[in-house]
Design a protein around this ligand. Sequence first.
Ligand code: MN
Length: 293
Amino acid sequence: MSVKQVEMVLAPREPHYVGDGFRVHNFIPSGYGLTMQRMDPFIFLDYASKFHFTPSPSKAKGVGVHPHRGFETVTIAYQGSVAHHDSGGGGGVISKGDVQWMTAASGVLHKEYHSEEFSKTGGDFQMVQLWVNLPAKDKMSTPKYQAISNAQIPKIKVPNNGGEVEVIAGNYEGHTGAATTFSPIHMLNAKLNKEGEASFIFPPNFNTGLLVIEGSVMVNGIEAVPLDHFALFANAGEIFTVKATEDSIVLILSGDPLNEPIASHGPFVMNTRQEIMQAFEDYEQGKFGVLED
Ligand code: MN
């Protein structure tokens, strides 16, 4: 097996606000070279780095009702908690360690706010939101929702008391993740103690990257990846190692590229421009359902 090398390390871009509750750094698709195609099927990544919100008890901060079609949104909570509602009746609160996996597919309306409890107390807030593209044949399938509590996520020990790897989706060392996916995807949280080291094996052609959520790591013994930075791997080689230079949390993504045309506009990601126009038309005609602000 040959080593999968780091192709580049990206610093976080200047943050911007999504609504008034999500202060995010966009890595995909606006990161240097991190186009939708380059990280396909991970077509969008907003990272809310750790940020302290003061209490806002009278009005929860967040983002109001908006549509999605053609992909899945995955929200991973590292600090703080988010309440979510969608037009399919799905919803709930996800807190530290939990994952919300929403398959928008043919279309949903949803809204995302700081939870009532978090709004009362304020505190540190840190999340990742990913969009996972759907294969063309599944883009118009029925929406669904996977609420994944931290307790449901398999945790695999790292040797020498080095920490653990949470398997959100896909698999790690033969252990299958909590989420079901439409195409081959691995999504892992490596929670490593200082000096803890884990190795990861993915097919050479899988688009692969990692984001340092806490601490800092050394990849393959040579590439330092600091806090809040994203490392993109080359599409060659299979194995890489991640060693924590301090207590660290690292989100690891690897997916089989769909290699289908991408037509994207705002909250819709389809395969053709015609399908995007149709999405706008269906949205305007109320075909995404109803959700109150
Ligand atoms: Mn959304």
